[in-house]
Design a protein around this ligand. Structure first.
Ligand code: ADP
Length: 202
């Protein structure tokens, strides 16, 4: 039987990865679509040769991995290229997510999908959706510190994502991440108990 899966989403810099790590510490299974995407575009992966066929060898590093910086720049400047890249990667990531959830032996699985609502492809894989919510300025500050991206690029990413009010409307559960990590721990612990219960009932 398919393990009970909770989709975890939220805007860039909201704290998804941090929250997912706290669930994993408590014993939840963890599948992260960003990790899958990174693994799939690493040296010698099938997705890399597909991308090279479509976009040319310039987008592959000397080690045979996707040249992420170059690809990110192209996708940022050319929406058709972005769509083509996504049409290669998204089905592969969706399929691998399902395989990893199915193989998990944890009591339930947290599946991190940054664009869960935007994509729509994950609704059939998860039983409920947890949104990590955080003020926009806080998110921009965190991403600036983490990725050293220019503010306008962060704002463009935010603008390309579903707006926070809509995300909140569609959430089954919400974690607020405007305080310190200790404030996250208690929220995660209480949802963990809830998910253990729901998974046991299902
Ligand atoms: P996401 O996965 O949603 O993009 P992350 O979990 O990677 O967000 O968080 C973005 C950055 O902010 C990371 O560097 C993380 O360590 C930091 N961060 C997240 N939540 C907090 C918090 N409550 N206090 C301090 N730093 C935080």
């Amino acid at each position: 039987m398919m393990p009970y899966a909770v989709g975890l989403t939220g805007g860039i810099g909201s704290g998804k990865t941090t929250v997912a790590g706290l669930f994993a510490e408590l014993g939840a299974g963890l599948v992260d679509t960003d990790d899958i995407a990174r693994a799939m575009t690493g040296p010698g992966q099938a997705a890399v040769s597909e991308i090279a066929q479509r976009f040319g060898p310039l987008y592959v590093t000397a080690h045979g991995a996707l040249d992420r910086a170059r690809m990110r720049k192209l996708a940022f400047e050319d929406s058709r290229a972005k769509n083509e890249l996504e049409s290669i990667l998204h089905p592969l990531i969706r399929r691998e997510s399902e395989r990893l959830v199915a193989n998990s032996t944890a009591p339930y699985v947290i599946l991190v999908v940054p664009l869960l609502f935007e994509s729509g492809a994950y609704q059939t894989l998860v039983r409920r959706v947890l949104v990590v919510d955080s003020d926009q300025e806080t998110r921009i500050e965190r991403v600036t510190r983490r990725n050293n991206l220019p503010r306008e690029e962060i704002l463009a990413i935010i603008a390309s994502q579903i707006d926070q009010a809509e995300r909140m409307r569609r959430a089954d559960d919400v974690i607020r991440n405007d305080g310190d990590v200790a404030a996250l721990e208690s929220q995660v612990a209480s949802l963990h108990r809830k998910y253990l219960g729901l998974a046991a009932e299902s």
